[in-house]
Design a protein around this ligand. Sequence first.
Ligand code: ADP
Length: 320
Amino acid sequence: MKKIAVLTSGGDAPGMNAAVRAVVRTAINQGMEVFGVVRGYNGLIRDELIPMNLRSVSDTIHRGGTVLYTARSPEFCTEEGMQKAIDTCHRHGIEGVVVIGGDGSFRGARDLSARGIPCIGLPGTIDNDISCCETTIGYDTATNTVVDMVDKLRDTSQSHDRCSVVEVMGRHAGWLAMSAGIAVGATSILVPEIPYDFEADIVNRMKATAGTGKHHFIIIVAEGVGHVEELAKKIEEATGVESRATILGHVQRGGSPTARDRILASHMANYGVHLLLQGKSNRVVALQNNQICDFDITEALNMKKPFDMDMYRMANEISI
Ligand code: ADP
């Protein structure tokens, strides 16, 4: 294999640059040429490729976002769009593609692999919702960002004896809500995976906590549960505690990646390029039992990651 390409696709995540950097450096050190594809699959369709050298990725390991830009590409999901992407690969002699993104991006990588362009997926998403992978690139940074912001909210809610109802990202997955909720000592954590009971899981917990002398509260709510404004109103009515809703929003995607995400991204990317060198295709790089490993993309997309109920139980046990 002499020429490969790397792209970032779907939602961005901190650490994607560290992954791109490690793909470029590994490939060049292994004697290959590398192209960076601009704006995900759109860049393959429109032939927007940048030849990368060792210095193209200098000063990027500490930067959030993605220097290659990212996009959602509905055109790529059509046979015509996919064919244009394949034609671009053939025109440039690209023999393998590293795709950094989430499940949607891996579906694209699976389809390209099936049409003769070997692809390797690297899991980049703050949601940590890749079934075959314990921890995805960006999850640790996003958790730390939420913790940092909720710590600031805590100062003010503590000073005013308030309840802060905080919405964090995660439309379908509550991992970020749970990890941040544990780290900020939230009174309640609401996630899409587990139905909640307003009285038992919020009101009674707040009353029990107030009974032992605590008068400020943090309720972490995953985006998929939603309605934080209404929830704050209901909490105030039911408990008499002044309650405010805060939606953290896109700030959670940004920022300099943590050391943990930089290391994970570097390791996964290096591993991914070596898979291509071994002639592998349609594989996703993952973390299992804290070891880097790989799975068939089609199998990985069919896997289920059960929500960590023991972690959730633990969070509840220590939060009042
Ligand atoms: P993420 O990778 O973060 O899950 P998306 O779901 O938006 O993000 O997917 C990113 C891109 O991957 C899409 O815009 C599309 O180009 C491609 N993609 C998603 N689903 C498919 C699919 N079923 N088949 C082919 N390509 C897909």
